[in-house]
Design a protein around this ligand. Structure first.
Ligand code: AMP
Length: 500
């Protein structure tokens, strides 16, 4: 198998009338999802659009999935843009992808026409009405190879421009086939999707579900500000599987959601994205004592995750949970500053990954690509790409991999991956600002931006809103006359922590 579309095709035969996806009061069967996607695919195939980026401009949902699979039926790749992003950020993404086609739905049609004048803006309802040309779609599929991209996921970039991580059919098939096998995800499962579709946690929901013929229940974003409603929704749909970001699971426990209601059909909770606080994990385990909990680790660039650790109910975890061992067909190594492989325990090195699940780099960005995706310095006999994650790790006494923070200024804030430099670049773009530095207080989960310049905090805040997504806006702006400096003349970040 070399095309993820086969997942949908096969499930639409085996599970024809089964509900594939539920989104509040909307439902779609496998057969309908497949046929609508084929209709959309036929449109692009007739236009001879092949291997092109298609922008999906809408929130997560059934329409977005039809947009994704329409793109793939045409041998193209998709990139979902969240319509709530500021216009200037959307423009940067469009500039990077150079897309000619945008698929939207009635909710965002007017906005799409405003933002994407000059591009082909297509309404999903019109795409769904196209007559299917099966022989044309077959022709396209025969031309596609497993190295072709499936999606481009944009993530924060230290240069000030978001980086588009490119992931291929081969990588998804490699990862998802192991992921579903190891965690026993089957057609009996009902998966509750938490993550937005421009966040790669959702890739596990979508492709696990479609590949085994399970049912995917999309949890609307708004439910995350109302834990009772969220838990009612999970229980109402008899959810069995939660593949969620740590921040979302902690949101439920922070608001004592499980004291209100326990989604007791849940038998698998697979979490990632951040270090899971033991206190929160314990609460989940107490309420779901027979459920399997798994810590999975990895950046978007290596297709979701490269290591996992199944929580042992009898083990007393002190301090933190391991990120564990590699998924099959992934080689995860620790390298020191000189690229020597570390095998001894308790010695910290950079986590690096080799394998089919490694992405194809950053879209239209060879400079950033070559910084992280390199020829493996320890394999000089043939081509072997190694991805440098920027994460630090070490092996514990049981030779399990432990996560040990970052090498750089990348952080996780409200579940989002952010390069602090991107915030700083955006602040520096504001004419009145002369200098800036951003720090993150992990304990309090607060983001502080210091600046020197003739602009009030309120004005700076409103200018930043036009540039940055809400989750990247500093919690507090602090105006300074001058920055505290270290002996070497660098900004003294430690002192800034005292000034916040
Ligand atoms: P993203 O690309 O948004 O999935 O973010 C990836 C980054 O999140 C990784 O490089 C890590 O820094 C962090 N991360 C992901 N999973 C875990 C985990 N299980 N434990 C600790 N940090 C994690």
């Amino acid at each position: 198998m070399h095309n993820v579309i086969n997942y949908l095709e096969e499930s639409s035969i085996k599970f024809k009338d089964k509900i594939a996806v539920i989104e509040e009061d909307k439902k779609i069967t496998y057969d309908e999802l497949n046929n609508y996607s084929k209709s959309g695919g036929t449109y692009f195939a007739k236009e001879k659009v092949f291997k092109e980026p298609i922008i999906i401009f809408m929130n997560k949902g059934i329409d977005a999935l039809i947009g994704f699979f329409s793109s793939l039926y045409a041998g193209c790749h998709y990139s979902l843009i969240d319509p709530d992003l500021p216009k200037s950020r959307i423009e940067k993404i469009i500039e990077t992808t150079n897309s000619k086609y945008v698929i939207t739905n009635s909710n965002y049609k007017d906005l799409a026409n405003d933002y994407f004048s000059g591009l082909n803006v297509l309404d999903i309802e019109d795409l769904k009405k196209n007559d299917i040309d099966n022989s044309l779609l077959e022709e396209v599929k025969n031309k596609a190879i497993d190295y072709d991209p499936v999606y481009v996921n944009f993530t924060s970039g230290s240069t000030g421009v978001p980086k588009g991580v490119v992931i291929s059919h081969r990588s998804i098939i490699d990862f998802i086939s192991n992921f579903t096998k190891i965690f026993n995800i089957t057609s009996d499962d009902i998966l509750a999707n938490q993550a937005p579709f421009d966040f790669d946690v959702s890739v596990k929901d979508i492709y696990s579900s479609i590949s085994v013929g399970a049912t995917l229940v999309i949890v609307p974003k708004a439910y995350f500000s109302s834990p009772a409603k969220l838990l009612d929704y999970l229980c109402e749909h008899n959810v069995t599987t939660m593949i969620w970001a740590v921040s979302a699971l902690c949101l439920i426990t922070t608001f004592h959601g499980l004291d209100y209601k326990v989604p007791d059909k849940v038998n698998k909770v697979i979490f990632s994205g951040e270090v899971m606080p033991l206190k929160h994990l314990k609460i989940w385990q107490e309420h779901l004592p027979n459920t399997m909990f798994v810590n999975v680790y990895g950046p978007t660039e290596i297709t979701c995750n490269c290591t996992y650790h199944i929580i042992d109910n009898k083990r007393e975890y002190v301090d933190k949970i391991p990120v564990g061992k590699p998924f099959p067909n992934e080689r995860v190594v620790l390298l020191d500053e000189e690229n020597n492989e570390i095998s001894e325990q308790n010695k910290v090195g950079e986590i690096c990954v080799v394998g089919s699940a490694i992405g194809l780099g950053y879209y239209n960005n060879s400079e950033q690509t070559s910084k992280a995706f390199k020829q493996n310095p320890n394999e000089t006999r043939y081509l072997e790409t190694i991805y440098y994650t920027g994460d630090l790790g070490y092996y514990n006494e049981d030779n399990e991999l432990m996560f040990n923070g970052r090498k750089d200024f990348q952080i996780k804030y409200l579940g989002h991956r952010i390069e602090l430099e991107e915030i700083e670049k955006s602040i520096m773009e504001i004419e009145e600002v002369r200098r800036t530095c951003t720090i993150f207080d992990e304990e309090k989960s607060k983001l502080y931006a210091f600046y020197i310049g003739d602009i009030s905090k309120a004005d700076l805040q409103s200018k930043l809103r036009e540039k940055l997504p809400v989750y990247m806006l500093p919690t507090k702006l602090i105006q300074l006359e001058e920055f505290p400096l270290t002996k070497n003349g660098k900004i003294d970040r430690k002192k800034l922590f005292e000034l916040k």
